[in-house]
Structure formats: C-alpha cells, structure tokens
Design a protein around this ligand. Structure first.
Ligand code: AKG
Ligand code: FE2
Length: 308
C-alpha cells in the first residue's frame, strides 16, 4: 500500500490524515472501505501529498456516496456540475469588518445545507488559491460535543428540534458568531438570494440530537449559523437554552486547518460543524467543494407540520 494513514493531531480525539493516496488506489474496494470507515469513525480526513485535480476530487468524493448538484446555482462551478466554487473576493462574497478587521471569506460555525430539509452527508474541499493569512477552515466534532454536555443538559434537550433558515449575511445570524460584524460591501450572493429567500428557502426543522447510524454514537446536531429558535420555545428561556448549547458547541475541542496546495479535506457533515476565519480583502481565496449526498431522514420543512 503506497499511502499511509496517521492521526491528524495528537490529543484531538477526531480526524485522520491520509498521505500519498493515488487515483489508482481508490479502484480497490478494500481501500474504499477503509476510507469510508475512517470518514465515519473520525469525522474528518485530510489528504496530503496527492496529485489534486478536479477529476480526482470528484472520483474520491464518489467513494463516500453519490454527488449532489448544489441547490444554490450561484455557487456551481462552470466546468463541473459536481463542484461548487467559493471565491472570496469582496464583490462575490462581500466585505465585512470582523471585530474591527476588514475581512473576506469569514463564515460562522455551521453544518452544510442545514437550511434544507435534507442535510448532505459530506463535503470534499480543495484550496485552489490561498491567502497570506487567515482563511483557515475550523472543525468541531459534534459527537465529542455531545459527550461533553452535562447530564442535565443532555436530558433537557432530548427530543427538541431547532428551526433554521438560510442566512445570506453572517451579520444577520443571531447565533452564528459572537464577533462584531459590520457589512462594508454587500455580497452578490446576498443581493441575488436575499429577495427570494422565503420563497426558495423557507424555514426547516432539525432535531438537536441524532444517533450516528453506523456507530450508535449521539451527535449534538446544532448549526449555529442559520439557527433561529427551538421549536415551540421562541421565548426568552428557549433562546437562553439555545445560546447555552451554541456556547457549549463552539467551546468544544476544535481543529483549524491552515491550507497548503495539494491538500483535500473531507468531513462528515452529519457530525462536523465547521467555519472559516476571515482572510485579507485585497487577496483572493478560491476553494472548490463537492457535496456528497445522503439524507439522515430527520429534517423537514417547518410549514409541513403546521399545515398538517
Ligand atoms: O471555504 C472553506 O474553507 C469552507 C467553506 C465551507 O463551509 C464549505 O465548503 O462547506
Ligand atoms: Fe460549509
């Protein structure tokens, strides 16, 4: 076997790194099964020392499931339907002042597609263009976060659900970030999606915990960015509870990835909250990601229950 598998970081409790994986390796079912197992058990895999191309990124993603064409068409890459391109230039993604520092790329802690009723199972990300500082991708393991909850809180949140809606600006999100966020330049994304938000992305509901099907471990299934309120608890006490959960999650052990060329990063989106730190506004950061399908079957539109 040409590639090697190691711990991602000592003492972290999640994550592996796979070094030197080649395209030909994933033709073997034994390799594919091993990679799937690491993905589910570890939550996060950093692939280092591979010859990264969009085709390899797509093929490798297919090891973990079918690929989805992203519901936000503005993000889709021109040449590959299975890829989205995240370009942090201030025209496309906006310019923000984050705690007094002008920044692009900043993205609060979130789970992908939590604003739909079917959250995808994973993403495989590459860095096409990196910046001189910032632009790190942060990860928190929500299995670990659940385990670290005090028992009384575990009991209190059992069966609760959280209402989410797509948020087009990090500054609008009540639970997304404790940073002071000021919009200096509105993103094209906000201008395009904002006016059709309620029509195209109505509120959805997800349970605040769920059990990982393959391992039986419980996940604190909470995405701070986009969270609006606990269903049936849109009152002061409900918001205090949600804030407590968000504070717990974001204080749980984290890993921040500083990107190098020739890296690919895969996460299990059903249990890894992630975020992006701000990057310099006079530089451009370009990332490309696949969206690995799957439906944990627990999300629904808020209106469905109300109509029933
Ligand atoms: O740009 C990044 O580092 C990650 C962005 C992100 O949240 C994603 O691709 O799902
Ligand atoms: Fe994301």
């Amino acid at each position: 076997m040409a590639y090697s598998v190691e711990k991602l970081q000592d003492g972290l409790g999640f994550g592996k790194q796979v070094i030197g994986l080649r395209r030909a390796d994933i033709d073997r079912e034994s390799v594919r099964a091993e990679l799937r197992d690491h993905w589910i058990r570890e939550g996060l895999i950093v692939f280092r020392g591979s010859a990264v191309t969009p085709d390899f990124q797509i093929e490798l993603s297919r090891v973990f499931g079918e690929l989805e064409v992203h519901p936000i068409r503005e993000l889709r890459a021109a040449d590959h339907d299975e890829l989205i391109t995240l370009v942090s230039d201030k025209d496309r993604e906006g310019l923000f002042e984050i705690d007094g520092v002008e920044s692009v790329a900043f993205l609060p802690w979130h789970s992908d597609l939590i604003f739909t009723d079917r959250i995808n199972h994973g993403g495989l990300l590459t860095a096409n263009t990196i910046t001189s500082w910032g632009g790190q991708t942060g990860f928190i393991d929500q299995v670990q976060a659940y385990d670290l909850l005090p028992d009384e809180l575990k009991a209190e949140i059992e069966g609760l659900e959280v209402v989410y809606q797509l948020c087009v600006n990090p500054g609008y999100s009540r639970y997304g970030s404790k940073s002071r966020i000021r919009t200096i330049q509105t993103s094209d994304f906000e201008k395009s999606v904002g006016p059709r938000l309620d029509r195209d992305f109505p509120p959805v509901v997800h349970p605040v915990t769920f059990v990982q099907p393959d391992t039986g471990r419980k996940v604190l299934n909470l995405s701070p960015f986009g969270a609006k309120y606990i269903l049936g608890r849109d009152d002061e006490a409900g918001h205090a509870l949600l804030q407590r959960l968000v504070d717990h999650l974001t204080a749980s052990p984290s890993y921040f990835h500083s990107w190098q060329p020739s890296e690919m990063l895969l996460w299990d989106n059903w249990r890894m909250a992630h975020c992006v730190t701000g990057a310099p506004p006079d530089e451009i950061r370009i990332m490309q990601r696949t969206t690995i399908m799957g439906d944990y079957g627990l999300g629904r539109r808020l209106a469905d229950r109300q109509a029933a």
